[in-house]
Design a protein around this ligand. Structure first.
Ligand code: SF4
Ligand code: SF4
Length: 80
């Protein structure tokens, strides 16, 4: 049995852009996204948990109507 390969990219959620609308939450087929209260104002923002289980499918990033989710590479390829 081979170990699962980590996805090449992970979603990065920008809390400044996230409105807490929650649209991304049901989009994740492996249930890694949830709304969490953060900051002194008690705003809700989307949060990724268990990033090792993320498949990198980018469905959450595509779904977000506010461009709050960007897919970023886990590791940059060697430079030069
Ligand atoms: S869809 Fe976008 S704005 Fe809405 S909760 Fe998810 S990350 Fe935040
Ligand atoms: S990239 Fe896919 S698996 Fe990862 S959090 Fe977004 S919807 Fe879920």
């Amino acid at each position: 049995m081979t170990a699962p390969r980590p996805s090449p990219a992970l979603p990065r959620i920008d809390p400044g852009r996230c409105t807490g609308c929650g649209w991304c939450v049901p989009t994740c087929h492996v249930h890694l996204l949830s709304l969490q209260v953060s900051g002194p104002e008690g705003r809700k923002t989307s949060t990724l948990r268990d990033p090792q289980d993320c498949t990198g499918c980018a469905k959450c990033a595509v779904r977000c109507p506010f461009d709050a989710i960007a897919m970023v590479r886990r590791r940059s390829p060697p430079q030069g």
